[in-house]
Design a protein around this ligand. Structure first.
Ligand code: AMP
Length: 218
């Protein structure tokens, strides 16, 4: 099963992709995580991408396609993957189609996570994660059970993404509207698109995604 989760920043793509990885054995391919790892490593790609990410822009298609090409062809992805954050432009979608066709494969489904723009700012502004194990939290919707301690590993260090600050969030939402939203008609015309209510509670969104996947025989 090869899937794309599509939706603006804060829609919950990462949360649901992680669930699909744990529940269905699909490999989560998050280009945001790949880029953050490249930034942390100080590589040339990381330096170039880091500056663009800090202002909420989109990293150029050629860089992104280069980053994802090896991953989708890696052996662990043979049993299926869920793309979270890619493609973000029509150019990336076309490159992905070519990449998969070259490998004799195709996408099974593109799932749009429908959300309300204003709510996205609240969701993004409150999120943070454990610096030790990466478990995700939210000031309002999912605080740790014991304040200051990670539920998963007990760690006490937390971090917030630099690009989750309000000014950058506005630029990221605008990039979604202008460059990524055109992927909705792109995939709709190809009969690939299904929609779920991204505003629903996490378990309900997961249930709606499962219903879509069961419908394609996953
Ligand atoms: P994310 O973690 O998916 O919100 O991505 C964080 C940032 O990484 C985005 O705001 C972009 O600057 C960059 N990025 C991630 N994926 C892509 C992509 N497919 N195309 C262009 N830029 C990307």
């Amino acid at each position: 099963m090869r899937l794309i989760l599509l939706g603006p920043p804060g829609a919950g793509k990462g949360t649901q992709a992680k669930r699909l990885e744990d529940g269905r054995g699909l490999v989560q391919l998050s280009t945001g995580d790949m880029l953050r790892a490249a930034v942390a490593s100080g590589s040339a790609t990381g330096r170039r991408a880091g500056e663009i990410m800090a202002r909420g822009g989109l990293v150029p298609d050629d860089v992104m396609v280069g980053l994802i090409r090896d991953r989708v062809a890696a052996p662990d992805c043979a049993r299926g993957f869920v793309l979270d954050g890619f493609p973000r432009t029509v150019g990336q979608a076309e490159a992905l189609d070519r990449m998969l066709a070259g490998a004799g494969a195709a996408l099974d489904r593109v799932i749009e996570m429908r959300v309300d723009g204003a709510e996205m700012v609240v969701r993004i502004a409150g999120r943070f994660s454990c610096a030790g194990c990466g478990a995700g939290y939210h000031d309002r919707f999912r605080p740790p059970e014991r304040p200051g301690a990670c539920d998963a590993c007990g760690g006490s260090e937390f971090s917030r993404r630099a690009d989750d600050e309000a000014g950058t969030v506005a630029a990221r939402l605008e990039a979604y509207r202008a460059r990524t939203a055109p992927l909705l008609p792109y995939y709709r015309e190809r009969g690939m698109l299904a929609s779920v209510d991204g505003m629903a509670p996490i378990d309900e969104v997961a249930r709606q995604i499962a219903a879509v996947l069961d419908g394609v025989g996953a």
